[in-house]
Design a protein around this ligand. Sequence first.
Ligand code: PLP
Length: 447
Amino acid sequence: MDQLAQRSRVRRSMQLYARALELIPGGTQLISRRPARFACGVSPVYAARAKGARFWDVDGHEYIDWTSGIGSILLGYCDPVVDEAVREQMALGTIYSVNHELELELAEELCRTFPCAEMVRYARCGGEACAMAVRIARGVTGRDRVLVCGYHGWHDWYLAANLEGEENLAAHLFSGIEPIGVPRALRGTALPFAYGDAGALEALLHSYRGEIAAVIMEPLRSRLPPPDYLPEVAAMVRDAGALLIFDEVSTGLRYGLRGAQGLVEVVPDMAVLAKSLSNGYAMAAVVGKRACMEPAARMFISSTYWSETLGLRAALTTMREARRRNVPAQLAEVGHELMQRLNRAATAADCPVRCEGVPFHPHLLFDVPAEQQRLLSTLFIQEMAKRGCHGYTSFYINGAQQQPELQQTETAAREVFHLLAGALRQGSLQQLLECELREEPFRRLVT
Ligand SMILES: Cc1ncc(COP(=O)(O)O)c(C=O)c1O
């Protein structure tokens, strides 16, 4: 690490990371922020500040941020309207010994926005809110088993899926997650199912008839579901006497002003919201139908900071601004143009890559043998970072990304695709590498 830090273009980032490894197990709080997920030694690891669509690292480089705070930024960094509302609230106090009316205002806004929402509970993070929704579902149904599809955070109830085999979550998250510290007694309580395969879900519901409390799933991420899939899921879950929970933590208001459930026109029993709800301030919510949510009054679900007002105020303002600015339409337009520009750049360079997926969250697919995938994605991230574009091979669109960002990214991609195509032809890709190969990225549902 020391040698790497000395030679690196992000020297201060690497020095800080070396210090972090001594102080913080794993170095970072979120796995997706680990340098090994990007081009370690070339990509920035520590930010100094951010504004709009961009951030500046501790080495003084400026970047367009195509990961949008790993999905937590919807409108853009330091949005003036949200930040002003937060500042006003801060002057009134951030937390009290009693409650604040903002809890009700935000609950009313959530109920106006998400079709399934009739009652609301708050949390601060996505994983925590998923754990809350699952607790409520188990409490309501009196059943223990949960079927899962997608990524739902770090808690015991979810990682229990890997007690029966470390590859159980491979298709939902990534391969080889050891469920260290998760009680073995939870074995068999969380069972993953494959996205898009209604037959597989039906078989599981049949095998565990009368035992399934909930089916929790990401309704979509970077591709639209097959047309009848989610209505079929909803009908099967209802017939099994279980509850359907949509995890809309990452999608939030990106896909439409009524959330992913509005887009796919399936109303779940509950939905979980977090990242992208409050433009970078910590806030999460479980929303759901009255019949599911009301019994939570008797369950022990309680925490001091769930009433902290900055998150409440940020979420309320972000939701209102998203509607006022019609942010989902704006994101769709920018994402669509990004895909067009990247595909044009790939064609011009004769590089075997295409950009596809839903416009709100497009991703690159390299048409090369499996053993070259990691090398190409590492090189893409490395070369784009050197040209002021930070990200993975997938893109989280936010409301501050506009023409200058699209233009700069296309120019960078033209150069990078040209470089990669040439090296592919000459068999010299490896020689371009200035860092270790990146670790396997989150697989999530599709990317
Ligand atoms: C769908 C989904 N659920 C849950 C989580 C966990 O959220 P958090 O990191 O806020 O705990 C994430 C985070 O990326 C997510 O994408």
